[in-house]
Design a protein around this ligand. Sequence first.
Ligand code: ARG
Length: 564
Amino acid sequence: MKKQVVKLLKPLLDLDEQQIFSVLETPPSREQGDLAFPCFQLAKHFKKSPALIAGELAGKLSAENLAAAGFSKVEAAGPYLNFFFDRQQLAEQVLASSVRDQLADYQIGANKTVVVEYSSPNIAKHFKLYHIRSTMIGQALANTYAALGYQVERMNHLGDWGTQFGKLLAAYFKWGDDEKIKADPLTELVHLYVKFHEEAEKNPELEEEGRLWFKRLEDGDEQAVRLWQWFKEESLKEFEKIYRLLGVTFDHYLGESYYGEKMEEVIEELQAKGLLEESEGALVVRLDDYNIPPCIIKKSDGASIYATRDIAAALYRYERFNPEKILYVVDQRQSLHFQQVFAVLERMGYEFAKRCHHIDFGVMKIEGEIGSTRKGKGVLLNEVLEQAIKKAEEIINQKNPTLPNKAEVAKAVGIGAIVFNDLKQHRTREVNFKWDEAFNFEGKTGPYVQYTHARICSLLRRAGDMEIKPVPHPFYEQPLVWEIIYTLYQYPSVLVETVKKDDPSQIAKYLLDLCQLFNRFYAEERIFVDDQDEQRAKLALCRKIALVLRHGLSMLTIEAPEEI
Ligand code: ARG
């Protein structure tokens, strides 16, 4: 409809299409109109007050032209020119189309690629809470970019390289027990790693052994590589269990180790460009112009480091995919690291450094016992997920004990509660997970959205095989109903906003609003009425709400069971 407004106004104004398009606003309430064109910036040009211009423009738009463009009327209100949609026409258009049809006009990513790097846990360690945030924010962004036509490369930058693996190998040779590792790999490997640090405090020579083993690993020592590979395989098995549970997928598992061979090239390139300096035996790139500390490229003992691997990874992504954007969905605590990496790329002369974005987020805390830290363990994500599924099961047993596929629904609701709670507010804010709050079926929660969706599905089941069609009906013009249709119409713009801001909470908040509108409607209106046309109109509305809820939840990687 914005495009229609542009078409109507273009012949009357000395502005190009983009200038008109970009200033169009949504008036605060539907009574004031559905799209507004503010006339402020025209005042200078026409040497008239904005209100006068708005009035004149309103007079110049003929009723026929407006109707042909899908508007019922236009009104000047102060400095604004307010357009009112033809409600019958838009209702039919919105309610008769699938979400996919609706999105067809919003394929802003056609022929563009975006790399989304997310999750990226460290092997030989447990999945941490900040990894679930990275995982779910990243997956939601990847889903949304894909829905808008982008080619998305979903990338898991596993933490599978670094001096810590030298320490782990040293510990393994001293105290390792293969049977124990096989029984519970991550716990046992963490155990070895923690023991290494405890012992190293008493015996500093251990540190040297750790360094030696990492050197051997970097040099391709067969025994070291074989063990490292084993630890990695066992870790991936654990991570994949979690990904399966969460419905998360990747196109590429390219861990830090992948960039091992590319490191020398990076160092040579930095050298050739005259960017490397020696500092206390290490090689660094100074970043004084950026007012940040130098980026260390190579340590004094010759070992490669995290930042260097990230520079190699960025170059690799750029060369392989030529993406419009590279998103790094990583914890706030690493923001200096990314500033340094991007600044080094810029100093190397890469324009694409500007296309790299650190998508940061705040910490997540989980209430209760399960959140307490056991030595060397921290919060175990799979325990939290299991607990959530159990809790969902208890609720379902109370609410709907005869539900057929209870286990499946409990999984969807339990995980939905955690994921929605993670995504419902701006990602940079801290997340406090409170069990009762996140499972409140009437609160701002995943289960609330899932339950509203299931409720609509049950209405549609009741309608049986009755033909559901958006027939013209005065019903669509009622304020609340029109508000709902307008909200449904806006769904694609919410996805666009989500990728513009790289913020999935736009979708979560939208879903909550839509649920609230539906529940108000459901409380005020009877759906099954004698007037068949009215009933059809109402059911068509319900069906589209359910479709949009389902689609929106899928963007957040949350399932939408048809019955709860
Ligand atoms: N493995 C790291 C961690 O768990 C996160 C990796 C972030 N990504 C990157 N390109 N550095 O803290």
